[in-house]
Design a protein around this ligand. Structure first.
Ligand code: SF4
Length: 272
């Protein structure tokens, strides 16, 4: 039986009306699947006491990150960092996290930052919470609601989150990872990580870390099938993604453009 994964989620994504303008957004996770997940929602801006509705905030880079609310002069970056650290304490054991794209607080590598040193070259980076979260190297799979709007990406992320939860269960109970690895062979072959992870089966901590990182590759449906066929198998990965057996046409976006590891090319304030 699959273990129940825990997922952190920006609360404005279908959980609470907490956006600065009180606009309601749908959950990117389908209702039928939400029933099989423990959700932990968070809103850094509300939890920092900014209230809803509120004036929007924006980020500026002037050698250090500063965040200001419109019509106010107090730099909110320290307060939002402190609040985000408290939230990370709640979600660091989760298996996945869904972040609201482009937000100064929650955006994942797609948040626009005004560059005060070179105004014609705006920067793109993490919001405050993901920036701290990704420095912590926790074993969870981050994504955004924009990415999950692609059916293939949603399916692959869910497969990763459910299997990561199961892997943690194996490690908690001290079971050898051979059976888990064998069950997940088609999934790992499709991701191109079968051999790399095979060598780590005797080192659960490294296996766990690398398994989570495997899902940061935007493999796309065709790339996944190509990897599978090069391993002599074209069967879909029902054994790994048992809840979502149908494979959908996938995205061709390159996830490395949006995520900071393993090969970050995009600006992140903490990486300067
Ligand atoms: S993006 Fe983050 S801070 Fe903004 S409303 Fe949503 S949860 Fe709150």
């Amino acid at each position: 039986m699959l273990s129940i994964p825990t997922v952190g989620i920006s609360a404005c994504l279908g959980q609470r009306v907490c956006r600065y303008n009180q606009k309601k957004l749908d959950s990117p996770i389908p209702l039928g699947i939400l029933e099989h997940i423990n959700l932990i929602d968070f809103c850094p801006e509300e939890e920092a006491g900014l209230g809803t509705p509120r004036d929007p905030i924006d980020s500026r880079w002037n050698g250090e990150l500063q965040i200001f609310q419109q019509r106010k002069t107090v730099n909110l970056a320290p307060l939002l960092r402190e609040t985000s650290l408290g939230i990370i304490g709640r979600i660091k054991g989760a298996d996945g996290v869904v972040l609201k794209s482009k937000s100064p607080s929650c955006g994942l590598m797609d948040h626009k930052i005004a560059n005060l040193k070179e105004p014609d070259s705006p920067l793109t980076g993490n919001g405050v919470l993901p920036d701290l979260l990704l420095q912590g190297q926790y074993h969870l799979i981050p994504t955004t609601e924009r990415r999950l709007s692609d059916p293939w990406s949603l399916q692959l992320w869910l497969a990763g989150v459910f299997q990561l939860s199961e892997l943690k269960q194996y490690i908690r109970t001290g079971e050898p990872l051979d059976e888990f690895h064998q069950q997940n062979e088609p999934l790992l072959a499709g991701l191109g990580r079968l051999e790399g992870l095979s060598h780590l089966r005797r080192d659960p901590e490294k296996y766990l870390r690398q398994f989570a990182l495997s899902f940061l590759t935007d493999i796309g449906h065709q790339g996944f099938l190509t990897n599978l066929s090069s391993k002599g198998s074209k069967q879909p990965f029902e054994s790994s993604a048992r809840l979502w057996p149908s494979l959908q046409p996938g995205s061709t976006r390159n996830l490395e453009d949006h995520y900071p590891f393993p090969n970050a090319r995009t600006f992140s304030p903490s990486h300067i």
